[in-house]
Ligand binder design. Sequence first.
Ligand SMILES: [Fe+2]
Ligand SMILES: [Fe+2]
Length: 183
Amino acid sequence: MTQVVGPATTDPDVIAVLLGQHARVKNLFAQVEAATGQARQERFDELRQLLAVHEIGEEIVLRPVAEKAAGEQEADARNAEEKEANKVLAELEKLDVDGAEFAAKFAEFQKAVLAHAEHEEREEFPAVREHCSPQERQEMGRRLLKAEDKAPTHPHASAAGSPTAQKVVGPFAAMVDKARDAL
Ligand SMILES: [Fe+2]
Ligand SMILES: [Fe+2]
């Protein structure tokens, strides 16, 4: 059975996969801020889709291990931040992306998400890297890549023609459900 895990250069180590997603999240935040109108909406949709796959992946694949590696308190704090982010995102997606209310809320959201990611990179990632064998980390990384393959996070991925590879544009909650199913 052939297993598609993305380009051959992809490092399937879970930490490398998550760091790659963090970099793309950061980049998409900047792209949303720089765009207007239809382009702004599209970048925002892309960001929501990536966040859905990323945060649910962390919740299901990373957090149970992080709880042992970095402590329960650390894991609980990160889970709580992700829950809060989901709430803000649900409010954001009801707003006009070109409105002042969106701009203000989006800037706040960006700050919170990036602070959250920094915490993960400082506390959880090094602990998990230490706690798990390379094989375990690759196993976790592969699960994340597979989930992203089934719930694509960028428009080009849907061009593959796979019936499961259809870009979801809808409420964030639905994106999260799809990503959860993919895991
Ligand atoms: Fe997270
Ligand atoms: Fe993260």
